[in-house]
Design a protein around this ligand. Structure first.
Ligand code: DGY
Length: 303
């Protein structure tokens, strides 16, 4: 799509460009189509003085200094909607994986430790009929919540605004975060990373959760204080966690790697062939719109 009208330079390595490389590469470009691993800060924006658009290949855009881009008259766009269901599926995959101890059971079986059926082997927690708490009931949080009706679950949600669709469709209850943490058997996080959501879940919140509860995160790692979570998992303050995102990706807190009651995946929640293709198409459409002098369909700022 882009090559039809632009000179395109693609990072040939499947590796993140350094800040210095990015600084060089944005010079003289009309558009940058970047990944969530590219930090587009003030320095990069200033170096890209010809930029018309920064098209992020992700729905989250905490890696882009949007205020600075806006000040310089540059569009910023994201890829909303197309990854909602794929990400919701992954939140459920993590939820089941940790509650029913699937990765642990897989490791056990592969190690040829399965000698006989046992009444107490690898016991997990039930999912059906339990209470699911959704923190952040936007597009993805709503899609995760909707799936809970298939498992006959009570759904609580915490958000700055009411989600009447969720209440009407599945009888979800709007509660404050503390109530949600105290009453839920599964807590799934779906807030964007902003100053207000940084370390939203820390020692205090973890202490409020039931010792039998599980925490799922497919949003951004920094929403959780990872060191506090590792302590809570080690001390069995909560039963387990399913994490697709981490505070300092790709680094993972070594304490988490030691624990069996956490399932960890490398930020792949939107990673289906279909969805990644749609995200790429959407990002390219945003670039083309900006280069043709139109408002990008998924602009997150106004210039
Ligand atoms: C996003 O889009 O923000 C995800 O983290 C990656 O798909």
């Amino acid at each position: 799509m882009l090559r039809a009208i632009c000179d395109v330079e693609v990072n040939p390595q499947d590796e993140v460009l350094s800040h210095e490389e990015l600084l060089e590469k944005v010079k003289g470009r009309d558009a940058v189509l970047c990944l969530l691993t590219d930090t587009i800060d003030e320095e990069i924006i200033k170096a890209g003085s010809d930029l018309k658009i920064i098209a992020n290949y992700a729905v989250g855009y905490d890696n882009v200094d949007v205020a600075c881009a806006t000040k310089h008259g540059i569009w910023v766009s994201n890829t909303p909607g197309v990854l909602t269901d794929t990400t919701a599926d992954m939140a459920w995959a993590l939820l089941f994986a940790v509650a029913r101890r699937i990765p642990e059971a897989d490791r056990f079986t592969r190690a040829r430790k399965f000698k006989a059926w046992s009444a107490t082997l690898l016991l997990g927690g039930d999912v059906y009929g339990k209470t699911l708490g959704i923190i952040g009931a936007g597009r993805i949080g709503t899609a995760v919540a909707m799936r809970a009706s298939g498992f006959n679950m009570r759904v609580l949600y915490a958000d700055v605004r009411a989600n009447r669709e969720l209440e009407r469709e599945i009888g979800a209850e709007w509660v404050d975060v503390d109530t949600l943490l105290r009453q839920s058997d599964f807590v799934s996080i779906h807030v964007p990373l902003m100053p207000e959501t940084r370390h939203l879940i820390g020692r205090r919140s973890l202490a409020m959760m039931k010792p039998t509860a599980y925490l799922i995160n497919t949003s951004r790692g920094t929403v959780i204080d990872e060191a506090a979570l590792a302590n809570a998992l080690r001390d069995k303050t909560i039963a387990g966690a399913g994490l697709d995102v981490f505070e300092e990706e790709p680094k993972i807190n070594p304490a988490l790697l030691e624990l069996d009651n956490v399932v960890i995946t490398p930020h792949i929640a939107s990673g289906s062939v279909e969805t990644r293709t749609k995200m790429a198409t959407m990002a390219a459409e945003n670039v083309l719109a900006a280069l043709n002098g139109r408002t990008p369909p998924n602009a997150v700022n106004r210039i």
